[in-house]
Write a protein that binds this ligand. Structure first.
Ligand code: NAP
Length: 256
């Protein structure tokens, strides 16, 4: 087992597991023995993720919660404490974004993006670390940043700011919590075929443009983000913390 991925009975809390990248990551963990705790607001979509995992013989628990509502997060943590009394891996994946000219962005829109993509992942990480990972003397946190955290994206200032912020948050928590044997890292996907970019994907010219600027020549599939998340959450990444893996089809951090 020394050089194998094995997540048997690991408790993996995955936000935004109802669809897209989070669902793929949850399927990945559960296929390797983990018990995936699937967090999202949309019950029907959570049911679909659950059905896919069960069909593959995996284990999971659905948790319907809005991660930006403190009372719902606290209830979720209390229930995890009651049922499992541990969290081995936290995947801060839930995310939102808007494509709006910056001069038209409202304070509410800005705050929703920053809350979902940066503020809540910070406070969820601190609660999970305090309640479970520090007492159990181990833990892995994988944050879903973005190639948009490195480069500016027109009409997505809030999104890009949140993703730049989570990269910095990752480095800071990694440095602070290394002494507790908690490793904190990021995955940074490039454009990936999910609902998040559905509007952009309806534009054939945009898809061609992205493909032409991506050495691999196409957008990513959600499943192509899974390997990096599993690796960073595994015992084989025990000396890796405060860094990120780009899943960028060869763009080398350039983005656009
Ligand atoms: N797709 C891309 O091109 C791309 C590129 C780089 C990075 N990313 C990042 O990858 C992550 C996953 O995105 P995706 O592409 O898979 O998007 P997606 O298909 O739109 O999925 C977003 C997920 O986040 C959940 N979510 C959003 N707000 C939530 C809230 N307040 N409470 C609970 N769950 C919430 C959604 O669940 P419910 O709707 O059920 O609440 C859903 O499961 C995000 O952090 C995103 O920024 C995506």
């Amino acid at each position: 087992m020394k050089y194998q991925f094995d997540f048997t009975d690991k408790i993996v809390l995955i936000t935004g597991a109802s669809r897209g990248i989070g669902r793929a990551i949850a399927e990945g963990f559960s296929s390797l023995g983990a018990i995936s705790l699937l967090v999202g607001r949309n019950v029907e979509k959570l049911n679909e993720t659950e059905a896919a995992i069960l069909e593959q013989g995996g284990k999971c628990i659905k948790i319907q919660a809005d991660i930006n509502v403190v009372s719902q997060v606290d209830t979720m943590i209390n229930n995890i404490k009651r049922d499992f009394n541990r969290v081995d891996i936290l995947i801060n994946n839930a995310g939102v974004g808007h494509r709006i000219p910056s001069i038209d962005v409202t304070e509410e829109q800005w705050k929703t993006v920053l809350d979902t993509n940066l503020n809540t992942p910070f406070f969820l990480s601190t609660k999970i670390a305090k309640e479970f990972m520090i007492p159990q003397k181990c833990g892995k946190i994988v944050n879903t940043a973005s190639m948009g955290g490195f480069s500016g994206i027109p009409m997505s200032a809030a999104y890009s700011s949140s993703k730049g912020g989570i990269l910095q948050m990752t480095r800071s928590l990694a440095a602070e919590w290394a002494k507790y044997n908690i490793q904190v890292n990021c995955i940074c996907p490039h454009y990936t075929k999910t609902d998040l970019i559905q509007e952009a994907m309806s534009n054939e010219d945009w898809i061609r443009l992205v493909a032409s600027r991506t050495p691999i020549g196409r957008l990513a599939e959600p499943e192509e983000t899974v390997g990096a998340a599993l690796f960073l959450a595994s015992h084989m990444a025990s000396y890796i913390t405060g860094t990120y893996i780009q899943i960028d089809g060869g763009c080398y951090g350039g983005g656009f």
